[in-house]
Design a protein around this ligand. Structure first.
Ligand SMILES: *Cc1c(COP(=O)(O)O)cnc(C)c1O
Length: 369
């Protein structure tokens, strides 16, 4: 049986090898007589799963020793509150708004930060560009600067993170990297904290990843719930309360899958980056050459993970989606706030899946142009 290609934005496709391994271990993990979902999080079996997942992630993303890796719950949206609860120190926080997700983060921060300042926004361009860092109006003494490094809905990605120090800003950079975590290496020297829900690129929904520099721990506001205080979570190795054990296990299997990936001489996340660049280019090149389809995002900041596109003749949208489904190309409908189509090309999407999509785009155009 060959599975269809699943272009969902999230929860999204998981590598088939990972699903097969999880299925094989479902009833009895490594001879323990228990499935992972049935294990105590304090038992030696699960602790070994969790420690291995953390070590593999640290290696894959080259996370420096002065950063803690936390496995939390609540998703990206909860982090929109948890970050200001931990880092705002009741002072001004700066936001760079580049799409729906950073907009949502800014709104939530207003509940907790003394002041929320918009340092830059691309809203006037319909979220299709990225304001150049040199033009950002950063506040003096801000407690942090927040941006979403890949806007899942609008398909806008920072291909390089800003160097705040070079802009004369000492505040730590907070990135929401939910939808492109592990798709490329991270420039840690530019980051104070990175957070992401697992369900786009590293596993099932329910696990939230936080990677935070140690000096940012211990500054939570008094009202911050203990289970969301980064210092408490870090001091308890993510086991202050029951962690999302199944999500951690599945992410761990995905990290091992990532470590096995090869592109020429490259391995792991570097291999994924090369593959993701090739996948995105293949799709954008086709869309740009065709008079039948359009992508509106400026080429320098087009997301390699989420490709929103439109049929010039939108009356054919339903026929397009129906035909795609018949060809085994699933979940291509765009987000309701943007409309049109969206193809998400996360790590689990092979180059053959992108080729199948391009072939379909071409055939549909020939039939209807
Ligand atoms: C999906 C997503 C979120 C939302 O995460 P939840 O797990 O639904 O809370 C936040 N930020 C970005 C960039 C996302 O893609």
């Amino acid at each position: 049986m060959t599975r269809p290609y699943n272009f969902s934005a999230g929860p999204a496709a998981i590598p088939e090898e990972v699903l097969q391994q999880a299925a094989a271990e479902m009833l009895d993990w490594h001879g323990s007589g228990m499935g992972v979902m049935e294990m105590s999080h304090r038992g030696k079996e699960f602790i070994s799963i969790c420690e291995q997942a953390e070590a593999d992630l640290r290696e894959l993303l080259a996370v420096p020793a002065e950063f803690k890796i936390l496995f939390m719950q609540g998703g990206g949206l909860a982090e929109n509150a948890i970050v200001p609860l931990n880092l705002s120190r009741a002072a001004t926080v700066d936001f760079v708004v580049t799409g729906s997700w950073s907009q949502k983060s800014r709104k939530e921060a207003q509940k907790y930060a003394a002041e929320v300042h918009t340092a830059a926004s691309n809203e006037a361009d319909g979220f299709t560009t990225l304001p150049a860092p040199a033009s950002w109006q950063l506040s003096r003494g801000a407690s942090y600067v927040h941006l979403c490094s890949n806007e899942t809905i609008h398909g806008v990605e920072f291909h390089e993170l800003p160097d705040l120090k070079a802009l004369g800003c000492d505040a730590p950079l907070v990135i929401d990297f939910s939808s492109h975590v592990a798709s490329r290496p991270v420039q840690w020297e530019r980051v104070g904290l990175a957070f992401g829900g697992a369900q786009k690129n590293i596993g099932p929904a329910g696990l939230t990843l936080v990677i935070v520099r140690e000096d940012l721990l211990g500054h939570a506001l008094p009202i911050c719930p203990s289970a969301f205080d980064y210092r408490v979570v870090a001091e308890n190795q993510s086991m202050y309360n029951t962690p999302p054990t199944w999500g951690i296990y599945m992410a761990g299997l995905t990290f091992q899958w990532l470590k096995r990936q090869r592109e020429g001489a490259l391995t792991g996340v570097a291999a994924m980056q090369a593959r993701n660049i090739a996948k995105a280019q293949q799709l954008y090149d086709f869309i740009d050459r065709s008079p039948f389809y359009v992508n509106k995002v400026a080429p320098h900041c087009r997301s390699r993970m989420n490709v929103p596109f439109f049929l010039q003749d939108e009356s054919r949208n339903d026929a397009f989606l129906q035909g795609a489904k018949e060809r085994g190309l699933l979940q291509l409908k765009g987000h309701k706030s943007v409309g049109g189509m969206r193809a998400s090309l996360y790590n689990a999407m092979p180059i053959a899946g992108v080729q199948a999509l391009v072939d379909y785009l071409q055939d549909f155009e020939r039939l209807h142009a």
